[in-house]
Design a protein around this ligand. Structure first.
Ligand code: GLY
Ligand code: MN
Length: 460
């Protein structure tokens, strides 16, 4: 945990921004996999971590804005729990680390809220995403689970986003820790993947590096010869010489800040000439996007820069044609790049995605519905302190090519005869994590080899 002062000042600032009423912040519960005692690994809610730093399941908090005090609701372990789990710090001891002096048993939460609501005081809560918390909120606030999201407090969402999106020095240090472990995961994957292995052997080695550092992956590992499938979590293929292998993996720091990197390498000592041509284009798009990272620049511009670079690069291979700016504005590039160039990163790999893209990524402005652009998670102007990923890619998705070709979609911009030749090419993505600084940007963590020469030198 950070020092109690960190959590005290974060909460004080939140209370000040909200002004009046109460903030109800839900910690997470254990979540059963197949029966109650066999749970998924516990992961605390990220906003709860941000304001309290406590990893215990079953905690809830009220920040009473009117009274200027924070109360933690939770229960100490029973002797039966201690028999199975060992002796643990008490709730009071945990609370001290978070700078909280008022603690109550969880049974008191309902009374507290009912009294306050009876006095006409507002209760601000964030949109819940776990069924356990939806049920709790239903019981506490009498709002049907289906209506909880729409009744969540926009004021609170805006206030939390405003705080969490600007990373402090101590948060950046944690993120760099996560990125450095993530970099080791990638370097090892590039070194060890060999023809004849199962993809799962590479995935296991990647995750072993996180687990041996006593941390966990920040999200399900992608380690695949089918990189054209954007979130491909299948690891059952045998790797063949000449395949392109795509890894998208990252670790969480001990305090649960994420790292998120992607790399693509040949299952051979060298890329083929065809692979090199496409790889160079994605790398150019990557570098062009990075060059647009500076305060005040909307991330939409960073994304459009990458899209234009991809479209223009593919033109040199005869796959695309026509005016690049027009083609990208209309969405023709999305045949090869149907997703976004990056996203915010912090306590969540897609930071604060549970709070909705409207405020996290778009500053309250509407989002495009166009195929491709609709998957851009971040578009708003950048500020110093933002941490985000850069991850443009080129993907040849056979079903998408088939569909668009059958409709001759964007026929004035796409040369389907040439595109057909790449139908089974796969996908390429490189991903790095950046901090926006007053001057521009800074790469976080140690660099992972990404030029053709650097990657090939690890494949000897
Ligand atoms: N690393 C997974 C993603 O960014 O979606
Ligand atoms: Mn990512």
């Amino acid at each position: 945990m950070f020092s109690p002062q960190t959590y005290l000042s974060r909460r004080e600032r939140l209370r000040k921004t909200i002004g009046s009423g109460m903030i109800l912040l839900m910690g997470n519960e254990e979540s059963p996999m197949n029966y109650s005692d066999n749970t998924y690994p516990f992961r605390q809610d990220s906003s709860f971590l941000y304001y309290f730093g406590l990893e215990l399941p079953g905690l809830t908090s009220i920040m009473d804005v009117d009274e200027g005090k924070d109360i933690l609701f939770g229960d100490d372990l029973s002797i039966d729990d201690i028999v199975w789990m060992g002796k643990q710090p008490t709730i009071k001891e945990h609370a001290t680390g978070a700078g909280v002096t008022f603690i109550e048993g969880s049974g008191k939460l309902g009374d507290y809220l009912r009294r306050a609501m009876g006095n006409g005081r507002a209760v601000h809560y964030l949109p819940p995403y776990r069924p356990e918390n939806k049920i709790k909120l239903f019981n506490l606030l009498d709002i049907h689970p289906d209506e909880l999201a729409e009744n969540a407090s926009t004021e609170l969402i805006i206030a939390v986003v405003g705080q969490r999106e600007i990373k402090s020095e101590e948060e950046i240090a944690e993120i760099e820790l996560a990125v450095n472990i993530s970099a080791d995961m990638h370097i090892e994957a590039i070194r060890m993947a060999k023809p004849g292995m199962l993809e799962s052997e590479v995935a296991a080695r990647i995750e072993e590096i996180a687990l041996a550092a006593n941390v966990r992956p920040a999200f399900p590992t992608i380690a695949t010869i089918n990189g054209q499938t954007l979130h491909n979590h299948y690891h059952g293929n045998i790797i063949k010489k000449g395949d392109l292998f795509l890894v998208d993996a990252g670790a969480e720091s001990p305090m649960h800040y994420a790292g998120d990197l992607s790399s693509t390498f040949p299952v051979d000592t060298n890329f083929t000439e065809l692979q090199k041509e496409i790889y160079r284009i994605t790398l150019n798009a990557h570098m062009a996007a990075v060059s647009r990272l500076f305060p005040g620049n909307p991330f939409r511009d960073v994304h459009m820069t990458a899209c234009r670079e991809i479209f223009e690069g593919l033109k040199s291979l005869g796959l695309t044609k026509g005016d690049t700016a027009d083609a990208v504005e209309q969405g023709a590039h999305a045949l090869f790049f149907p997703c976004g160039t990056g996203h915010m990163m912090g306590l969540d790999v897609h930071d604060m995605e549970d709070l909705g893209e409207t405020w996290v990524g778009y500053g309250g402005l509407p989002k495009s519905k166009l195929f491709g652009m609709k998957s851009l998670r971040l578009a708003k102007p950048l500020k110093p302190g933002f941490v985000l990923t850069i991850e443009p890619g080129i993907y040849f998705i056979p079903d998408l090519i088939e569909l668009w070709k059958s409709e001759n979609r964007f026929g004035e911009f796409l040369n389907y005869k040439e595109i057909e030749k790449y139908r089974t090419f796969g996908g390429i993505r490189n991903e790095e994590d950046f901090l926006i600084t007053e001057q521009g940007h800074r790469l976080l963590g140690k660099p992972v080899p990404k030029t053709i020469e650097e990657v090939e030198s690890l494949r000897d």
